[in-house]
Design a binder for this molecule. Sequence first.
Ligand SMILES: [Zn+2]
Length: 70
Amino acid sequence: MSFFNQKKKSPVWIQKTHYLKADEFICSACGFKAKKAFRTCPGCKAQISKVKYEASWVDEAEFVDMMFDD
Ligand SMILES: [Zn+2]
């Protein structure tokens, strides 16, 4: 678990890309959900300069396939 062993963990925006919805940016420090990657988190006022991409749309795309498959 080397990810958790960093000396100083600075917060990042976790970018969630959705298949049908607009992208979401989630603050790793407080979990605030934003429409864009602000320099300062509106939730916890942390300075955030990094965006970590998380492809969550893959599962949603499969779900959409199921919905339209008849
Ligand atoms: Zn925050």
